[in-house]
Design a binder for this molecule. Structure first.
Ligand SMILES: NC(=O)c1ccc[n+]([C@@H]2O[C@H](COP(=O)([O-])OP(=O)(O)OC[C@H]3O[C@@H](n4cnc5c(N)ncnc54)[C@H](O)[C@@H]3O)[C@@H](O)[C@H]2O)c1
Ligand SMILES: CC(C)[C@H](C(=O)O)[C@@H](O)C(=O)O
Ligand SMILES: [Mg+2]
Length: 351
């Protein structure tokens, strides 16, 4: 077959288990793409380890280089939270969030399914298949705040959530389009009974956009109640749209009910294509199991499926998903190393 297209990847393997799971994700990606595209890869050695060794977090020059790629695959970044040199979320804010903000990743897409063979902590979860559309560039994540009288008994710490009509409307429109293409159900999750300014804006925009989508039924849940239903009746959800912080918390819960954080994938999307989208497992660098080949690479591999889908390589994406499903269905009690899982899935995904 002729290679009709190219896929130029930036890879940030990062810290902890990041390099271990990313190696397997790339192995699967290359196997699944086969001759359908020429894959090129540039590795960017960014993260806590790189920062401690060089002092670089993410310079403008590196950001400009990253912007030239078709897509970014990220493993995980972040070091030991007890290390004073990494205090203040210097890597999380200065690298991960900087990438999401600079590349306008306003849609953070996080799907959950309970696949056959996977043990959910829920006894009878039903047919669970939903996506969380988490806003990615606003909310309490913007770093809008400050502290007074730090370290005194009179300290005041502010962290102000920013919600713009522009930012909310574009992510809500994306979520409605997702719902229309799926089972036609959208749930707004917020806390409109307390966060009245932000909540009011989200609610009004959802109501306005709903008028353009009579085929989508709209529901609302306060975030605290949403955590109840995610455990007692997760099959009720199709598309959840929510703000940056609620989405962060809900998607770790979603990962847990979906069989574990080692299975949860995500895409930080720039739907306009002005900048590369970035794909990463929902999990972090897991310092507790790093370097031991104990990490499950499935979340990183499913993130590759999202990357391929969003890059127009839908058949390769489907091969990855099918290979993961087959691997999960066949998983026994015998533990396998990160590389063993990757190799098995790569073999099954080969084009
Ligand atoms: N996208 C990212 O890069 C990202 C996301 C979350 C956290 N972090 C950072 O990672 C570091 C550790 O954070 P944390 O401990 O809160 O969360 P974590 O997701 O790294 O780990 C939480 C728990 O899940 C387990 N776990 C995570 N991934 C796993 C996998 N693939 N297979 C098996 N078990 C897995 C870990 O061993 C740990 O017990 C921090 O520095 C944090 O800021 C980075
Ligand atoms: C590491 C952190 C900044 C990040 C977030 O809060 O978005 C992570 O928890 C995630 O879910 O991707
Ligand atoms: Mg998180």
């Amino acid at each position: 077959m002729t290679r009709t297209r190219t896929l130029d990847l930036a890879v940030i393997a990062g810290d902890g288990i990041g390099p271990e799971v990313t190696a397997e994700a790339l192995r699967v990606l290359r196997a699944a793409v086969g001759d359908e595209a020429t894959v090129t890869q540039t590795d960017y050695p960014l993260g806590a380890t790189h920062y401690l060794a060089t002092g670089e977090i993410l310079g403008d020059e590196t950001l400009e280089k990253l912007a030239q790629h078709d897509a970014i695959l990220l493993g995980a970044v972040g070091g030991d939270p007890r290390d004073p040199k990494l205090a203040g979320g210097i890597i999380e804010r200065g690298l991960l969030l900087k990438l999401r903000f600079a590349f306008d990743h306003h849609v953070n897409l996080r799907p959950t399914r309970i696949l056959p063979g996977v043990t959910s902590p829920l006894a009878d979860p039903g047919d669970v298949d939903f996506v969380v559309v988490r806003e990615g560039t606003e909310g309490p994540y913007v770093g809008n705040g400050g502290a007074l009288r730090v370290g005194t008994p009179h300290e005041i710490a502010n962290e102000t959530s920013v919600n713009t009509a522009f930012g909310v409307e574009r992510v809500v429109r994306f979520a409605f389009a997702q719902a229309a293409a799926r089972r036609g159900r959208l749930t707004l999750v917020h806390k409109t009974n307390v966060l009245v300014h932000a909540g009011g804006l989200w609610q009004r925009i959802v109501t306005a956009v709903a008028a353009e989508h009579p085929e989508v039924s709209v529901d609302y849940l306060h975030v605290d109640a949403a955590t109840i239903f995610m455990v007692t009746d997760p099959a009720r959800f199709d598309v959840i749209v929510t703000d940056n912080l609620f989405g962060d918390i809900l998607t770790d819960l979603a990962a847990a009910i979906g069989g574990g954080i080692g299975l949860a994938a995500s895409g930080n999307l720039n739907p306009s294509g002005d900048f590369p989208s970035m794909f990463e497992p929902v999990h972090g660098s897991a310092p507790d199991i790093a370097g031991q080949q104990k990490a499950d690479p499935t979340a990183a591999i499913l993130s590759v499926a999202l990357l391929l889908e969003q890059s127009g390589l839908g058949e390769a994406a489907a091969r990855v998903t099918r290979a993961v499903e087959a691997d999960l269905a066949a998983r026994g009690a015998t533990p396998r190393s990160t590389a063993e899982i990757g190799a098995a899935i790569a073999e099954a995904a080969a084009a």
